[in-house]
Design a protein around this ligand. Structure first.
Ligand SMILES: C[S@@+](CC[C@H](N)C(=O)[O-])C[C@H]1O[C@@H](n2cnc3c(N)ncnc32)[C@H](O)[C@@H]1O
Length: 220
């Protein structure tokens, strides 16, 4: 039998101060775990993408997905999600009648996870997830495009959309709006908000601005 006094027993149970060395060990361990997670799970596929174009994986919230779908109401045909993450927007779009519904995603783990989600939902033959760089995808035949990317890449994305999308396309951006385009509709609040952009309206607006600029230049 151990003959410790009750005070000694309770002293052992009291939380001990970590000290500087303990805190440093925890910080180093956490840093290592985060780095391992980044290298092993989040970074694969991005080695050839310039750092300024790398966008982290953050899944859309349930409300965000619903807002995106509300803005797509009345639309038909195919849909592409640029940077499709775990595939939730594509799967939901398929369930709302979009066909083909295609996700482009660079991270191979997320592509596998998307396919697993589609298989679990019994729609594996109806949706497709491609491991491709969204900047290299040809958008000339896309009628419905969804994006949830970082604000730092949206200016460049605007240029790609403007150059490639047909006039009857609709773009829906989740969480962050396209910086220079005028949305035709907005749905939701805060981090769940989504913005819709009609290519036709956007192109007409751009032509009007060009005409006004030319007139101003001619009269000055
Ligand atoms: C903020 S998450 C959005 C995921 C998903 N669209 C959603 O709404 O839940 C952005 C995704 O884009 C992917 N991504 C970033 N850059 C990419 C690129 N150049 N090509 C393909 N996917 C990319 C990331 O891996 C990440 O999964």
């Amino acid at each position: 039998m151990d003959d410790d006094t009750p005070d000694e027993v309770f002293a052992d149970l009291r939380p001990k101060h970590l000290g500087v060395w303990g805190v440093a060990q925890i910080a180093a361990g956490t840093g290592l775990a985060v780095y391992a997670m980044w290298v092993g799970f989040l970074q694969p596929g991005f080695r050839k993408v310039p750092l300024r174009l790398q966008v982290p994986y953050i899944p859309a919230s349930r409300a965000q997905v619903q807002n995106v779908m509300t803005l797509l109401k009345g639309r038909k045909g195919g849909l592409v999600d640029l940077g499709s993450g775990d595939g939730r927007i594509v799967l939901e779009a398929h369930q709302h009648g979009f066909s083909p519904a295609v996700g482009y995603e660079l991270n191979p783990w997320l592509v596998r996870l998307s396919r697993f989600h589609a298989w679990r939902a019994g729609h594996q033959d109806k949706v497709s997830y491609r491991r491709e760089d969204l900047w290299k995808v040809d958008l000339t035949k896309c009628k419905n495009v969804t994006v949830f990317l970082a604000p730092s890449v949206l200016s460049l994305l605007q240029k790609k959309l403007q150059a490639e999308l047909p006039d009857d396309a609709l773009v829906v951006a989740g969480r962050f709006p396209l910086p220079d385009w005028k949305p035709c509709r907005i749905e939701g609040h805060g981090v769940d908000r989504a913005w819709a952009y009609s290519m036709q309206a956007h192109k007409q607006h751009a032509v009007r601005n060009d005409t006004e600029l030319t007139k101003e230049n001619e009269s000055s």
